[in-house]
Design a protein around this ligand. Structure first.
Ligand code: MN
Length: 216
């Protein structure tokens, strides 16, 4: 038996005020300590009642939920998704605003190739994040090395369809309401200032190398 269960709320990889003034300290406290904590508590409670699932990692649970009896599918998808999506989101940000950073990385080369330019990617990603009706996420994913922008509602995750996830933005209102009120567009602009592009590049390159070593 391995040691995924019980899940704990791992600390943020930066301080709560590290993303100021773009994402405020109070939002980060509530988001990490209350919202994410609730998903962790609910997931642990679910796994306590279903011990046969305790051996799986979050990613594995997000792939196997469809094979469970119907009444177990939604609780597992929502709670494992809530933990996975939030961790992915928090780990995809950092304190220093360095814009797009280096454009020489494989990720930026792919972005330029497919979207015309990193700025063009940004426009399309923002439009996708704005298009999420109600609560959900916008994601940058790689489909065998090819970049795609996708959205998911609630705590659904594209991990089932695209194993290489690069970036996500949480557009549930709790992610921005205290600072940006109902202005999701302003929050998306601010989020772009704190994206951890080197982390995004690592996520892209790790799978890219494994799945698709270049032919030329
Ligand atoms: Mn959230």
């Amino acid at each position: 038996m391995n040691h995924y269960y019980p899940f704990i709320n791992t600390p943020l990889p930066y301080s709560y005020d590290a993303l100021e003034p773009f994402i405020d300290e109070k939002t980060m406290h509530l988001h990490h300590d209350r919202h994410l904590q609730t998903y962790i508590d609910n997931l642990n409670r679910f796994l306590e009642e279903n011990p046969a699932l305790q051996m799986y990692s979050l990613e594995e649970m997000l792939i196997l939920w469809r094979r469970l009896p119907c009444h177990l599918q939604a609780p597992l998808r929502n709670n494992a998704g809530g933990v996975y999506n939030h961790r992915f989101y928090f780990n995809g940000m950092k304190s220093k605003d360095k814009g797009f950073g280096t454009t020489a990385s494989p990720l930026f080369e792919a972005m330029t190739c497919q979207f015309g330019s990193p700025e063009n990617f940004k426009k399309q990603f923002k439009a996708a994040a704005l298009s999420v009706f109600g609560s959900g996420y916008a994601w940058l994913v790689s489909d065998g090395g090819r970049l795609r922008i996708v959205t998911s509602s609630n705590q659904n995750t594209p991990v089932l369809h695209f194993r290489t996830l690069i970036l996500n933005i949480d557009v549930w209102e709790h992610a921005y309401y205290l600072k940006h009120y109902n202005m999701r567009a302003a929050y998306i602009d601010d989020w772009f200032r704190v994206v951890n592009w080197s982390k995004a590049g690592e996520r892209f390159s790790r799978r890219w190398r494994k799945e698709n070593s270049p032919l030329l």
